[in-house]
Every structure is written in structure tokens, then in C-alpha cells.
Design a protein around this ligand. Structure first.
Ligand SMILES: [Zn+2]
Length: 418
């Protein structure tokens, strides 16, 4: 957590200088990583093979076609229907195409966004993690894992502890393996305990069907999906094409190696806090975002922007606009100003603090950002009285506030709520 060094633009009608965040987070090396043991992998593979053989014997499963076409892959994550932010994830590690440890690591572009370990593990999938407030998003079940291609459930497990924060963990993951119609198999790892589909092994799933929720079960350092594809012989297939992977790109919607976006813009009553681990000292620990969307004049206003793939030199133009569109505050921000050890991070989040003046106009304000050619905006409300606060809080829904979306600040049930 960084200390506020400079809080500019407070009380000025408009200013545009580079402003240092009051606090920030970067997704560091080792965050959202995994290394399911070779022993677990062998055991699971054996189990899946036995399951498939049994299903075939019972004629539940057709033999694979001799030369089935390789299925294209659909995006394997899906937020809940009322999810109201721009995005919910970052992409951390890709398949390692380099020689085993201590060899160099090479992702599909010959870059280093992958890893191998001294125990012989080379990362064999792609890691998509929840971002920001990963533990809270996991606890609220905000992101579902869905089948990237149709097939049959060949193996699955549930009931395993799901708040692991260490890739050295030897607990088993909650997971689903789908034997795809093209003969490949896809494994979806680290699901939340109790979330794995109730469909029995042998059930058909279509592309987009629910498989489970993102969690952190098994060898996992944070809530993420490890998506791993293997061919009919069990060899790892990287569904991304690049200089270090001759295989074709298999995603229906191309995923860029670096995809700079703002995931979320949000407003808060106090500085948001993210937990590195969701389980400390034998207790569940959660993120404390301190979300707030309705403020009174004179209140402290915290704003937070979270990014997927942020690089030094990419400038964001932030502004806070009053209800009439006039500028309350405006500033530029570049990751380079933070002097972080690396010029690029797959996930970052930064917050700034303001004090709303005593004569702040009531109405809908905007927290706005322009980043890499896209404009993002989040509305918040300044209301004069408690009655207005209640009505307005029902109209403003923030991520993470689903449980209280129909409860006003004064406890009344606003119109339109059950
Ligand atoms: Zn992984």
C-alpha cells in the first residue's frame, strides 16, 4: 500500500497534471499461479480414461470419429447476468513451450509470461484470474466457468478446500474434464468448493454450458481458471498461435497477447483493500472494497480504476464531472510514474482520494477515464438528504453490492424492489 504523496485538483474547477495515486496494487509474479502435481495429473488422467472406457462399454459414448474436426473454442468465463463492470479478469500465465526447468521459459510468442518449476512442472495451460477483488468475486460467485466446446464430462471432482494461496499446496482441485467431440480434452481447474456442475460423468455439455465457479482449490495461489487443452494422445495443446507455437489459434474470438483495458471504475467511502490471500491463520479473509455510490456534500470520495494489461507509457486521462458536465477534477496517469520494478503488469488497480466540497451540487456525477482509445465512465450520486440517499442508493448498483442493491441507506425498501 502506497502512501498518498500528492493530492492535486481538490477544490479547483479543472486541472490536468500527472497525479500520484494514493494507493495501488499490481499482480506480481506468482500471483494466480498453479502447479498440480504430476502424481495428481497421472491419477486424474487414469481416472478419466477408465470413465471413458466404462461409458463406451455401456454405449453411453460414441467412439470418436476417425478424423474429427478440431473444435473452435468459445470464451470459457461468463459473469453473472447483473454484472455491471466493464470486465472481470486478467490473463496471467500461458503454456510453457521452453525446455523443462532449469531451461528458459517461452510462451507462445517466445515471451516470458509462463513458468516452469524445479519439480519438473512446466505450465501446461492458460490462467485467467478474477480482477480486481478476486476473493470477493469468488465468494459472491460472480464469474462462472462454462464449456469452451461441446463434449462429454469425462471426469470431475468437488468438495475440496477452495481458498488455497500456495502453488505448493498438495490439496486436490475441484475441476471438470470435458472430452470434446473433436477428441481433444479440456480440463477446467481450481473451481470453488460446492460449485461443480451436478451433471454426472458421461453427461453431454454444449458450448457455453455451466461447469462451475472460479475458485482457488488445489495447487493455486489465488482465484483463477487454469484452462488446459490436450489432444487425443494426452499431449498439451496451446490454443494460441505465435512464433513459439506452430499450432493454429483455436479461439473463436482472438485474444491478444497484450490487451490493455480498464476492467473497472468504482467509487468508495474509504480506501479499498484487497487481500493477497483469502485464508490466513485458519480464517477466511475477504477483500474490503468499501464500495459506495451515494455521497453527501463534504464526504470523502475514493475512486479506483483497475486495469488488465497496463504498460509504462500508456497514459490514462481521468476526470470527475459534476452533474452539469463541468470538470471537478482532471488528471493524467501513467504506470511509469509509479516506478514499479517491471514496465508491464497483467493486472493493476489504483485509487485516488478527494473531498467533495460543502456546496457540491446534488445529482449524478461521473468518474470517467480515456485509455488506449476507449472511454469508460461510472456514475455516482451526490445527494443532499438522507431520504434522497435512500432512493438514490437503490438506483445505483455497484459490483459487489448485489446483496444490498434493494436496501436503501435508511433501511426502507425502495420502490420496485421485492
Ligand atoms: Zn495454470
Amino acid at each position: 500500500m502506497k502512501i498518498a504523496l500528492l493530492l492535486a485538483c481538490i477544490g479547483f474547477s479543472a486541472c490536468a497534471i500527472a497525479q500520484v495515486p494514493a494507493g495501488g496494487y499490481v499482480v506480481a509474479d506468482g500471483d494466480f499461479a498453479d502447479a498440480q502435481s504430476a502424481q495428481w495429473q497421472r491419477g486424474e488422467q487414469r481416472q478419466a480414461t477408465e470413465n471413458i472406457a466404462a461409458l463406451r462399454q455401456q454405449h453411453f459414448l460414441a467412439m470418436p470419429k476417425a478424423q474429427a474436426a478440431v473444435a473452435d473454442l468459445a470464451w470459457p468465463l461468463q459473469p453473472v447476468p447483473d454484472f455491471d463492470q466493464f470486465d472481470y479478469h486478467g490473463t496471467k500465465y500461458f503454456v510453457d513451450h521452453g525446455p523443462p526447468y532449469p531451461g528458459i521459459v517461452e510462451d507462445y510468442t517466445c515471451g516470458t509470461r509462463t513458468y516452469n518449476l524445479a519439480n519438473g512442472y512446466s505450465h501446461a495451460g492458460t490462467d485467467y484470474y478474477l480482477w480486481p477483488f478476486a476473493w470477493l468475486m469468488m465468494d459472491q460467485g460472480q464469474v462462472r466457468i462454462v464449456a469452451a466446446a461441446s463434449g462429454v464430462i469425462a471426469d470431475k471432482d468437488d468438495g475440496n478446500f477452495d481458498r488455497d494461496c500456495d502453488i505448493a499446496s498438495t490439496t486436490n482441485p475441484n475441476f471438470v474434464r470435458v472430452l470434446q467431440d473433436d477428441g481433444y480434452s479440456a480440463i477446467y481447474l481450481h473451481m470453488r468448493e460446492g460449485s461443480v456442475t451436478a451433471l454426472p460423468i458421461g453427461s453431454r455439455v454444449a458450448t457455453g454450458d455451466y461447469l462451475g465457479l472460479v475458485g482457488s482449490s488445489g495447487s493455486s495461489s489465488g482465484p483463477h481458471l487454469h484452462f488446459e487443452l490436450r489432444d487425443a494422445n494426452g499431449a498439451v495443446v496451446d490454443p494460441r498461435h505465435g512464433q513459439c507455437n506452430a499450432g493454429p489459434d483455436r479461439w473463436i474470438v482472438f485474444q491478444a497477447y497484450e490487451d490493455p483495458h480498464i476492467d473497472t471504475l468504482s467509487t468508495h467511502s474509504a480506501e479499498p483493500d484487497q487481500s493477497v490471500c483469502g485464508y490466513v491463520g485458519g480464517k477466511n479473509v475477504d477483500d474490503t472494497p468499501n464500495y459506495k455510490s451515494v455521497f453527501a456534500p463534504g464526504d470523502t470520495l475514493w475512486v479506483l480504476a483497475s486495469y488488465r494489461d497496463q504498460r509504462n507509457g500508456e497514459v490514462t486521462n481521468f476526470s470527475i464531472l459534476r452533474p452539469d458536465g463541468s470538470v471537478f477534477a482532471q488528471w493524467d496517469f501513467d504506470l511509469a510514474s509509479e516506478n514499479e520494478p517491471l514496465p508491464f503488469y497483467s493486472g493493476t488497480a489504483w485509487d485516488w482520494k478527494y473531498t467533495l466540497p460543502a456546496d457540491a451540487p446534488v445529482g449524478d456525477w461521473q468518474f470517467k477515464a480515456v485509455f488506449v482509445g476507449l472511454t469508460y465512465a461510472r456514475a455516482f450520486t451526490v445527494a443532499a438528504s438522507a431520504v434522497d440517499l435512500g432512493a438514490a442508493s437503490a438506483a445505483r448498483v455497484q459490483v459487489g453490492a448485489n446483496a444490498t442493491r434493494c436496501r436503501s441507506a435508511d433501511g426502507r425498501t425502495p420502490p420496485g424492489c421485492p
